[in-house]
Ligand binder design. Structure first.
Ligand code: ADP
Ligand code: MG
Length: 301
């Protein structure tokens, strides 16, 4: 197969591993910087151009779109879909999962366990908003944050009010969330391909920190998921419409709750922790599913 990896850099671990895994299995793999793609929006013969040439003959693309370039990145994926090139994750699914509010609403309506979450644009009543999520301690999250950067724990009501005031002053979009204290600073990353959790790890925050992101010094270890956790991960990916997803789950005393569903989950942490060839499994999935014209939405909004 001829496979395009939409990624900003060949040097990134996940990109490198996907190239390796593809070549090992006899595929032609090309890394395409999606920000350097340009397109013609035409009904007759949609095309993607790159470095002066049309990209042609691809059987599949693997989008590795960073959160800061979702808008343009998904437009490039959509264009490939219009050309009937199979995308590992389709553009609508990526867009859906990138919007924390939209994805939580979609998961909630299908009965997936979530931390109690509140959202407000400009509420006059901070008190009632806090009550809505069970009061302090409470988590406040910027909608556009990644790697734990926009996530704050307010231990008491005064602290919560100050942070809410500060976020509002900055005109930032944020949500409030029940703090799952019993998780003890740990969460689970379940790596889903198709309808299977192919690998999972537990991430533990360092002493005195509640955010388990590996970028914040969290440590990863192997973990065995319960059947309920597996089902939650697989269903969450499916609801988002993602074939490949990293589902982040916290163990609360009311069962597994989903924090987020990632559409370009990193391979480094999960492969080094589990010793599994996740990149190879992604290639296997493509071999089975990436037929020309098999893209479900064909670029539909
Ligand atoms: P980001 O997109 O920045 O990674 P997350 O929502 O994943 O934001 O939060 C970062 C980390 O903070 C999580 O991995 C988890 O360890 C911790 N965390 C987030 N929300 C909660 C919560 N409601 N209760 C307890 N811990 C949380
Ligand atoms: Mg996270």
């Amino acid at each position: 197969m001829k496979i395009g990896i939409l990624s900003r850099s060949k040097a990134l671990y996940s990109t490198r591993r996907l190239v390796e895994a593809g070549q090992e299995r006899g595929h032609e793999v090309k890394v395409i910087d999606h920000l350097r793609c340009y397109m013609n929006i035409a009904s007759h013969k949609p095309a993607v151009h790159y470095k002066g040439e049309a990209l042609e003959g691809f059987d599949a693309v693997i989008p590795r779109i960073g959160a800061s370039v979702t808008f343009y990145g998904t437009a490039v994926v959509r264009q490939f879909e219009m050309m009937e090139v199979y995308s590992l994750n389709e553009s609508v699914a990526i867009t859906r999962s990138r919007d924390k509010l939209r994805s939580m609403q979609l998961l909630a309506r299908k009965g997936i366990g979530l931390p109690v979450t509140g959202f407000a644009h400009s509420p006059d009543d901070t008190d009632d908003l806090l009550k809505l999520v069970g009061g302090a301690p409470v988590i406040l999250k910027l909608l556009e944050g990644t790697q734990g950067k926009g996530v704050v724990l307010a231990e008491n009501k005064k602290a919560a009010e100050s942070v809410i005031d500060a976020f509002r002053g900055l005109r930032a979009n944020f949500l409030l969330q029940e703090f799952i204290a019993e998780a003890g600073g740990a969460d689970i990353r379940a790596f889903v391909i198709g309808e299977i959790v192919v690998a999972a790890m537990k991430r533990q925050a360092p002493e005195g920190e509640f955010r388990s992101n590996l970028h914040r010094g969290g440590k990863a270890e192997l973990v065995r998921l319960t059947p309920e956790e597996r089902l939650t991960a697989v269903r969450s990916a499916k609801i988002m419409g993602l074939n490949v997803a990293g589902v982040d789950i916290v163990r609360s005393n009311h069962g597994p709750v989903v924090l987020e569903v990632n559409s370009s989950p990193g391979l480094e942490g999960i492969e080094s922790t589990t010793g599994k060839d996740v990149a190879g499994m992604i290639m296997q999935f493509l071999e089975k599913n990436a037929k020309h014209g098999r893209t479900r939405t064909r670029g539909q909004g």
